[in-house]
Design a protein around this ligand. Structure first.
Ligand code: SAH
Ligand code: DHB
Ligand code: MG
Length: 224
């Protein structure tokens, strides 16, 4: 199987099930114009995240890693009018583009972007005693995933869904000697998760226009 085939099948899925949307298209255009890397989730993956948030009947969503707000918009659109999405981003330029995209989507009232390293903003959320999140999407630096998982547990409740992007890394995740900090981070993340009795988890491998990768999906099944 080749990338060309994965692209055509991804297009087939998107043409059928993910009608093009001017607001989401604009978010990608402004992100590209500002020089942000094109590493957002694909349209079919954005739809998957939205379906999961809807199935979860999420009122509160936490996203770690905003970029230009593309996945943010997909997720925030799954929320009721009184819902809340908090998204964490370290890069001021990315944050500026994302804030404009979220505003253009009419979602500024329910989306809050917190600028700073997630390892600062996550403890802040806990210290503030913020309400737990029904769904947490981990998509920032992959070396940080083990820590993001531990903070996610503190910010969730029984039934919360924790999803992580980019956990297969073209198969590099099975290389125990990998020198890629991302692959090493994801391996440690999975080890922590597998040893954690408070979650029930699995990983789905994916192919598509972003190549060969995958999502970890975990449900919190017991309290702290
Ligand atoms: N979720 C986005 C893509 C996120 S890309 C989408 O699918 O549309 C990863 C983002 O994480 C980048 O914008 C990067 O700046 C941010 N990031 C990297 N390290 C971070 C950190 N330590 N804290 C917060 N954000 C970080
Ligand atoms: C990268 C980050 C992502 O979240 C992603 O989905 C793809 C690539 C990256 O940092 O290269
Ligand atoms: Mg990603």
């Amino acid at each position: 199987m080749t990338q060309k085939q994965w692209n055509s099948v991804d297009r087939y899925i998107t043409d059928l099930f993910v009608p093009s949307d001017p607001v989401l298209d604009a978010a990608l255009q402004t992100s590209a114009a500002a020089g942000l890397p094109p590493i957002n989730v694909t349209p079919s993956q954005g739809k998957l995240l939205q379906l999961l948030a809807q199935t979860q009947k999420a009122n509160r969503i936490l996203e770690i890693g905003t970029l230009g707000g593309y996945s943010t918009i997909w997720l925030a659109r799954a929320l009721p009018p009184d819902g809340r999405l908090i998204t964490l981003e370290n890069n001021p330029k990315h944050a500026e583009v994302a804030r404009a995209n979220v505003a253009h989507a009419g979602l500024s009232g329910i989306v809050e972007l917190r600028l700073g390293p997630a390892l600062d903003t996550l403890p802040q959320l806990v210290a503030e005693g913020c309400d737990p999140f029904d769904m947490i999407f981990i998509d920032a630096d992959k070396a940080g995933y083990p820590d993001y998982f531990l903070w996610s547990l503190k910010l969730s409740l029984i039934g919360s869904l924790i999803i992580a992007d980019n956990v297969i890394r073209r198969g590099e995740v099975v290389n125990p000697d990998s020198v890629d900090p991302g692959a090493r981070g994801v391996r440690r993340f999975h080890e922590l998760m597998a040893a954690e009795s408070r979650v029930s988890a699995t990983v789905i491998q994916t192919v598509g226009s972003k190549g060969y990768d995958g999502f970890t999906i975990a449900r919190v099944i017991a309290g702290q």
